[in-house]
Every structure is written in C-alpha cells, then in structure tokens.
Design a binder for this molecule. Structure first.
Ligand code: SF4
Length: 155
C-alpha cells in the first residue's frame, strides 16, 4: 500500500455514495480523467499504481475478499481491452446525450459510470485477482497507449 493511496481511497466512497446525493461530485471523475491522461504522457501508469482511488480500494480492501484465481487470459488481449474501451466510451457518450446537458445531470452521468465500473471491479476482484479490473479498465488502457505513444515519439 502506498502512502498516497491511504488518502485517495476516500475519494471513491465520496463519489459513489456522496454522488448519489450531490451529482456534481461526478465532476471529480472528469477532473481525475484529465489528470491521469496528462500524467500518463510523462509517467506512464503512475496514476494507476499510486493515486487512483479505485486502484487504492482494490489494493487495500479487495485482497481480503478475493478468491485469488487467475485473471482470464482474454483480459491481456489488445482487441478485448480496446473493445471494452470503446464499449464504455459509446455508453458514456450515449448517456451524456440523454442527460439533457444540465450541470447536475452531466455530473450524475459520471457518478453512474463510476458506480458501474466500481461494481464490475469488485465482482472481478472477488472472483479472480484483486486488481483484475485494472487489466481491462478503459482509463488504464488509454494511459498505457499514451505512455507508449510518447516513448515511441522520443526514440
Ligand atoms: S486501471 Fe483504472 S481502475 Fe485501475 S488503477 Fe488505473 S485508472 Fe484506476
């Protein structure tokens, strides 16, 4: 467990529980997406292993509830990871298009996405390894790509 994770882990219940009452907390998700994307260009997946609230939850809480079984090999396949990425992005755009565009409704969409992905990450973490979700997390896939693009560009 990293020191920062002890702090960032609290952002997860703040968003998934607090967001039900205060949808504007969903903008924290948007802010984190922006930070992790910029960070990934310079530091690869530093966000994932040190700062991500869900990653912290999966590291600190889920090992106690995990069956610790092998992660499906499918999760390592690029086509599968990118399929998950695009499925989530299409779902996100669809939900945003149906939100009506109000400030609170858009925040609620991001709260909803955070709840859905957290539930999936808990199910996967319990059934396989605690960090199984991180193998297919759309934001993880994007960070990895951004890091690779930068290192290819600097060669
Ligand atoms: S892969 Fe996703 S859930 Fe896992 S630590 Fe990275 S951003 Fe967080």
């Amino acid at each position: 467990m990293k020191k920062a994770q002890k702090i960032t882990i609290w952002l997860l219940p703040l968003i998934v529980i607090g967001g039900l009452f205060y949808p504007i907390l969903g903008y924290l998700v948007l802010a984190m997406m922006a930070v992790l994307l910029v960070m990934s260009i310079f530091k690869g997946r530093h966000w994932c292993w040190n700062l991500c609230p869900r990653g912290a939850f999966l590291d600190i809480v889920m090992p106690r509830a995990s069956l610790n079984k092998p992660v499906p090999k499918l999760f390592a396949r690029q086509w599968f990871r990118w399929s998950v990425f695009f499925a989530f992005m299409i779902f996100l755009v669809f939900r945003l298009s149906r939100s009506g565009g109000s400030f609170a409704a858009v925040g609620a969409v991001f709260v909803g996405m955070c709840i859905i992905t957290t539930v999936i990450s808990v199910i996967l973490g319990a059934a396989t390894k605690h960090r199984a979700w991180c193998a297919i997390c759309p934001m993880g896939t994007l960070q990895e790509k951004a890091g690779k693009v930068r290192s290819a560009g600097s060669k």
